[in-house]
Design a protein around this ligand. Structure first.
Ligand code: F6P
Length: 393
């Protein structure tokens, strides 16, 4: 009988998922093993909802996930981990590829002894590590340089705010303040990556907003520039620690409230406070929302999706003694794949990374030089040409 390996995708979809699945499928076919698609992530693992992928045609250039997704915490189901393992046993599944963000990957820790290959994907880029023993900033020391999906989403947000392709020109033309909402409920990497398109201010969840100071900055910069682009993460907070916007009526399995509304909330407050300065009709907000996660993967995403897909299958076919996290690392010649035993970590929290002051300057509400160095390896700057806009008044 052929060796059977399962594959699942969980959490928010990203553009690179089908590229991973298609490469895993091709590799499995070539090595004569059966790749079993688990439908709707960990929900499918609990329900034993499986599909044969071997003869399916999967287009790596199409975003989303052919396997579909869910946000399911297997520990929330009574005997959830045991049910998953029992289903695998009954169906002769002897290894598993888990493709997900922090929450989806956290389920793997509940069945750590089962051979798994973990691949990180999330436009939030918050799976990995920036802690170095000597605290020296070296790109080579970053554990998991980027999560799949992040390169495409980062390029999108940069282009949405940029002069050449984004909102800067309309902001200029109408002397507008435009607040652009970024996804990212806990981590500000996506919002920060907009810096490659040069917004004026970036506000991220890790650094609660001192609104009075922010207002001063807004007024000062608007006075000479006459337009502003502000990027605000959906999970950003006020100084007292409360979210700028959250919807507690839609809490999901991992206890996260629903976000999506912070830009509107900040806009409302700014309109009130800036009414005496100018026509508040010109304070606007935009939330591209799921557009960050949609469309085709860019070249970097697609290339590494293919590589991790085939690498994971090769590991599982060869046989592994313990579960492995496949990280994308940087070395002098570029990126490479590194396999890290999952036993190096006690929980996914040790791989949950946030923006800190090495990457973000909370006084200026801007990216630091190190932040540019880091993100510059993932996305190209979209030329600003010193705004290229002559401020006619
Ligand atoms: O987890 C990734 C993410 O993109 C977050 O940034 C965002 O808050 C969340 O997904 C929202 O996704 P959904 O609406 O699918 O739950």
């Amino acid at each position: 009988m052929k060796k059977r390996i399962g594959i699942l995708t969980g959490g928010g979809d990203v553009q690179a998922l089908n590229a991973i699945i298609s490469s895993a499928k091709d590799t499995a076919n070539a090595l004569n093993i059966e790749l079993v698609g688990i439908i709707k992530g960990w929900k499918g693992a609990l329900d034993a909802n499986y599909a044969d992928l071997s003869s399916l045609s999967i287009d790596p250039a199409i975003g989303g996930t052919i396997l579909k997704s869910s946000r399911v915490n297997i520990k929330k189901t009574e005997n959830g981990p045991e049910i998953v393992l029992d289903n695998f046993k009954k169906n002769n599944i002897t290894g598993l590829m888990v493709i997900g963000g922090e929450d989806t990957l956290s389920n793997s820790f509940s069945i750590k002894s089962f051979p798994q290959l973990l691949i990180s994907k999330t436009i939030d880029n918050d799976v990995g590590n920036f802690e170095y023993e000597d605290h020296e900033f070296r790109l080579e020391n970053i554990i998991n340089y980027f999560t799949l999906g992040f390169p495409t989403a980062a390029a999108k947000i940069s282009s949405f705010v940029s002069l050449k392709e984004g909102l800067r020109t309309t902001a200029y033309s109408h002397e507008r303040i435009i607040i652009v909402e970024s996804m990212g409920m806990k981590a500000g990497w996506l919002a920060l990556s907009s810096s490659m398109g040069f917004p004026d201010f970036i506000i991220i969840p890790e650094f609660p907003l001192d609104y009075e100071l922010f207002l001063e900055k807004v007024i000062k910069k608007y006075e000479y520039q006459r337009h502003l682009i502000i990027v605000l993460a959906e999970g950003a907070k006020w100084k007292d620690g409360s979210y700028i916007y959250e919807n507690k009526d839609e809490i999901e399995d991992f206890s996260h409230p629903r976000f999506g509304g912070s830009a509107t909330a900040l806009k409302t407050r700014l309109k009130k406070d800036l009414a005496k300065y100018f026509n508040t009709r010109n304070i606007n907000s935009v939330n591209p929302s799921y557009l960050y996660r949609s469309g085709a993967p860019n070249e970097l995403d697609r290339f590494w999706a293919k590589r991790v897909g085939e690498t994971a299958i090769k590991f599982l076919v060869k046989g592994i003694n313990e579960s492995i996290f496949l990280a994308i690392q940087k070395d002098k010649s570029g990126f490479k794949i590194m396999d890290i035993p999952l036993s190096n970590y006690n929980s996914i929290d040790e791989l949950h990374r946030f923006v800190d002051e090495r990457f973000y300057d909370p006084q200026e509400l801007q990216i630091t030089e190190n932040g540019k160095k880091y993100l510059g390896e993932i996305i190209q700057e979209i030329p600003l040409e010193e705004y290229g806009l002559n401020n006619l008044q």
